[in-house]
Design a protein around this ligand. Structure first.
Ligand code: NDP
Ligand code: MG
Length: 392
């Protein structure tokens, strides 16, 4: 067993330049000698990826943006680094699939990550999933694929990591009566609803507790993130009774209620390095490099029910989960387009809900028979959302 604990694990990080990707590298640095890096990927931030290549010496690097990839390649040659820059998408998939890759951290944003998630699963990798969008749109399909190919889908999202930890000591799943999914409530928890229409991108991306990428910050402010997490939890744990609890301090990261009304919770300081370390080290506990929790110093913990009227996007996501089929793919695509337009100042804050609701009204809910159905719903929902955004 101790050999297992000390065994070196070879890793791919998809989206290494982002918030989760960088925190993953911090945890890896904290545990020197335990992990090697096979591949780091990003979209267009070649400067940050270059720094990561200097500090972590991955065997390969890949950038989705071709111009950025060229720049990275030139800089790597100039700096005399050993990292090889892959230019072809097929090479990216080949490295993920190769026997050298044991564990894949999916930390890219959006459904653009779905094809690399699928490659990881069909090649039986251990997949640490932060990229919730891919799983929200295709959870059932990805689960069956993971069963077939002996792959593991392991949550990095803090709530789902907490639920995983709460369930770890429960011998019989039938003893679980409910999941209590916590959320901080976002930056507008106490904002007067009349003021929401004037919210700017800067305000929506200033989360009171978590420092995250822009897209998930906006999702947290509209509470659609909690709705996506509801769907994510449903597929990860195969438990349908899930209650959302608003907990502004972000100390309890979720709970599990049992048949005898006992409730098990996981607590820590709000720092993504903790769920990342749990996922990277599992079944062992490794150092996260985060602050210890001092409850006396922390002070009171508060809990509220969510305000579905003030945050109607949460309702839409709940409805999408209940509808099933292609509905989660539609809501995700509409949300990705609406959030991108909001961040670009093309639409107002409350238009995000309007765009998603109009897409949900428009699409025909159907059963998902193949992954192609998901891609088709994603495309048509995006097209419709883009039309609506232009018409606003
Ligand atoms: P960021 O925006 O900080 O990072 C996104 C990463 O994905 C970057 O490395 C970016 O590269 C890369 N990327 C973007 N588009 C593409 C593309 N088309 N192809 C390849 N790579 C791409 O996001 P976060 O780290 O905040 O979030 C990542 C995922 O984790 C999301 O799904 C989010 O919902 C989830 N998550 C995040 C949490 C957090 O605390 N941040 C908590 C729980 C879940 P580049 O830098 O070059 O643009
Ligand atoms: Mg979360």
């Amino acid at each position: 067993m101790d050999d297992d604990r000390n065994r070196n694990v070879n890793i791919v990080i998809l989206g290494s330049t982002g918030s989760i990707g960088s925190s993953t590298l911090n945890v890896i640095a904290e545990n020197s000698g335990k992990f090697s890096l096979n591949l780091l990927t990003a979209n267009s931030n070649d400067e940050r990826l270059l720094d990561q290549c200097k500090n972590f010496c991955p065997k390969y690097a890949y950038m989705a943006d071709q111009a950025a990839s060229k720049r990275l390649r030139q800089k790597i040659i100039k700096e005399n680094l050993t990292t090889e820059v892959l230019t072809e998408e097929k090479d990216l998939h080949e490295i993920i699939a190769s026997d050298d890759t044991e564990l894949v951290v999916a930390a890219m944003v959006g459904v653009a990550g779905l094809d690399t998630v699928i490659t990881s699963i069909v090649n039986g990798k251990r997949l640490l999933l932060a990229n919730k969008e891919s799983y929200v749109v295709a959870g059932e399909y990805l689960n069956s694929l993971a069963d077939k190919h002996n792959a593991t889908i392991f949550p990095l999202d803090s709530e789902h990591s907490a639920i995983h930890q709460c369930l770890a000591g429960i011998k019989n799943k039938a003893d679980v009566s409910k999941i209590l999914l916590t959320g901080s409530g976002g930056p507008f928890l106490h904002t007067n609803p009349d003021l929401l229409k004037n919210i700017t991108a800067k305000e929506a991306t200033s989360h009171p507790i978590w420092k995250m990428g822009k897209k998930i910050s906006v999702d947290s402010s509209t509470l659609i993130n909690k709705g996506l997490e509801l769907i994510e939890a449903r597929w990860l744990f195969d438990i349908e009774d899930i209650e959302i609890v608003i907990h502004p301090e972000g100390i309890i990261h979720s709970m599990v209620e049992l048949n005898d009304n006992s409730v098990i919770a996981q607590l820590s300081t709000p720092d993504m390095k903790i769920p990342i370390a749990y996922g990277l080290g599992y079944p062992f506990r490794i150092s996260s490099g985060s602050k210890r929790l001092d409850l006396a110093e922390q002070g009171p913990l508060n809990f509220f029910r969510p305000d579905f009227k003030k945050f109607p996007c949460l309702n839409l996501a709940k409805e999408a989960m209940e509808c099933g089929g292609n509905a989660p793919a539609a809501i995700n695509a509409a949300n990705e387009e609406a959030v991108a337009a909001f961040l670009d100042n093309r639409i107002g804050y409350l238009d995000i809900y309007k765009i998603i609701a109009s897409v949900m009204d428009k699409i025909e809910i159907s059963v998902v028979k193949s992954i192609q159905d998901i891609y088709e719903t994603d495309n048509s929902s995006r097209e419709y959302a883009i039309q609506k955004i232009k018409a606003l």
